[in-house]
Design a protein around this ligand. Sequence first.
Ligand code: BES
Ligand code: MN
Ligand code: MN
Length: 452
Amino acid sequence: MSYLPLEQSELLNDLTALLRIPSISTLPERRGDVARAAEFVRGQLQAAGLETCRLIEGEGNPLVYGEWLGAPGKPTLLAYGHYDVQPPDPLDEWKSPPFEPEIRGDDIFARGASDDKGQTLILIKAAAGLMKRDGRLPVNVRFLIEGEEEVGGEHISRFIASGSELARADAVVICDTEMFAPELPTICVGLRGIVYGELLVAGAAQDLHSGVYGGAAPNPIQALAEILCALKDRDGRIQIPGFTDRVRPPTPEEYEAWSRLPFDENEYREKEVGARELVGEPGYSVFERTWARPTLEVHGIRGGFTGEGAKTVIPARALAKISMRLVGDQKPAEASAQFQAAVERACPRGVTAEWKAIHSGEPSLIDPANPFIRSSAEAMEQVFGKPTVYIRSGGSIPIVGLFDKHLGIPSVLMGFGLPDDKIHAPNEKLHLPNFFRGIEAIARYFEIVGRG
Ligand code: BES
Ligand code: MN
Ligand code: MN
């Protein structure tokens, strides 16, 4: 690293050590690992030369805090990331084990490499490099790293809503998104919101012989399928009354910017999605479908007999994990209520359907004209040598909406992931050149913000 006095081998050692910790926030049996990851991150903040590095304990997984406030009169940035990861399964599809990081070519493969341990470390190492070089930072920085982003981020949400002094800042900087294409500096200025939950359909009091009772007994799996089909038609149009009322179309400027993005739909279909055909609402482009329209997706269905061989049974219950992505002025609570009402209407005779929301987050849009975004575009351009593009993403980072709502500050989403990083999927990786250039870009960003 020429710009900062950091050794690539040491950076890789720290990255590897963090990636080895299976901090899967949704699995209760991984609590110990989650705690270990938090402590590791705390150690990294401390080693970077930050002050007051500590865990903020509360209900849920610890938040990790560290600050450097030695630049009075300069802006304060809140650097956010998450040290928790998604479950690695299906395990047998990994070429190397998910928690034994392996470098192949220019990539490091492990669960969390891109989302978000590698990218969180980018933020920390940028501060470490500047501290090592100058003994100080050009801006004030507070780090707030959470351990339950992948499960809805309850702890940090309460912390931010409580109005803690420790979150006082002028802007947030986050590395937890993707570049639009390799080498193309990208800032994400829109995220979808989410409502995630489970739908439980119940029929008979217990499982029944499907020959003896079939024809008279209700089948919850069939009922679940009917409900799902009633909620979204074959063209992908959501049929929940009122659901799209608060959707807002992108601005003409946004459409114009999107039209200039280097995008080949066929290549996207083949290389990234890997499907025969793309689907979705007629009349909308892929960008609109994935960035600016709401969705309803089923993530898993449980019920009946799915083992080897055959068993003739009518199950008593069926369950589906479902989420809706939200855009514009859609509100999670309202969307969830609309969903529930539509389920009740669609529920066939003989069964009951119960909706239980698990977590949610609001959509967010960030004004690209904001000075903190402008500075970030400048930093990206300096490091990547190309004009920065502004995109939205279909993913969700619920805390971004809360930073806006409770602190009134914008979030600068400077992502260094790539579209083929396979986040949440087997063989997740981080492109190492992006790791190193990301560190440089964030350090530049700190300098530009500090320059005023
Ligand atoms: N970092 C992702 C979100 C993301 C990915 C934003 C790619 C932009 C580009 C984040 O960790 C994530 O996966 N969020 C969850 C939401 C959460 C409430 C479960 C998601 O989007 O499913
Ligand atoms: Mn993430
Ligand atoms: Mn994620």
